[in-house]
Write a protein that binds this ligand. Structure first.
Ligand code: ADP
Length: 200
């Protein structure tokens, strides 16, 4: 915005051009998607998303970090869901309390393992983002933070995952006019890739 104001002051006529571009940017809802580099367990939002596995019993990576920081209440919530429906399928999303985390809810979704692209991985990853956003809406969440699902232990190519995440979220924001989304990048490679993706 500062840069925009500077350009407007410096170029006078450029004002209308800048405002016009700003409106297009907002029409695409890009002002409601942000990227952040850091630890998702520290973020104060209505819901954080966990890249879980089908057992819902916790694991490594971001899943381990969320269970460690959030405490036993999250695992208890997961066990209740396991008793009701036996776990969570790839691409689906379930909701528990966030325990001791600053968020209100944890939305657990199961990303696809990358098998070279021959196992509908792209559709499954898209479903993770869509279903998590739908759960967030059901629980009246106005803000949600995602990790870069499947790009760790599950080896999904990071550039392709970034494209799918931004596209899917952008599409969802056309329907959901309230929610704000933060894409949390833990590693610098994902952060740089997403920064580029957002600039596009
Ligand atoms: P998956 O099995 O879906 O690949 P991982 O947890 O191995 O899940 O990795 C998913 C992404 O989460 C990776 O990009 C990894 O760098 C990131 N990650 C790991 N720990 C955290 C954390 N505390 N906060 C945010 N992202 C994290």
């Amino acid at each position: 915005i500062n840069l925009c104001i500077f350009v407007c002051l410096a170029y006078g006529d450029g004002f209308f051009l800048e405002v016009y571009f700003d409106e297009i940017y907002n029409e695409k809802n890009m002002d409601r998607i942000k990227i952040f580099k850091g630890d998702i367990t520290k973020i104060e939002v209505d819901a954080i998303v966990n890249a879980a596995n089908t057992s819902l019993l916790g694991g490594g990576g971001v899943d381990g970090a969320i269970h460690r920081a959030g405490g036993i209440k999250i695992l208890e919530g997961c066990k209740k869901i396991i008793a009701e429906q036996g776990g969570c399928e790839v691409g689906e999303a379930v909701v528990t309390t966030a325990g001791q985390l600053p968020a209100k809810f944890v939305i657990h979704t199961v990303g696809p393992i990358w098998y070279g692209g021959n196992d509908d991985e792209k559709v499954k990853l898209k479903n993770c983002y869509t279903n998590s956003l739908l759960r967030a809406k059901e629980f009246n969440c106005k803000s949600i933070a995602f990790p870069n699902i499947s790009t760790g232990i599950y080896c999904f190519p990071k550039d392709l995952a970034a494209k799918i995440s931004v596209e899917t979220i952008k599409n969802h924001l056309k329907e959901d006019t309230e929610i704000e989304v933060i894409l949390v990048c833990y590693d610098d490679e994902n952060y740089q890739i997403l920064k580029k993706e957002m600039e596009n």
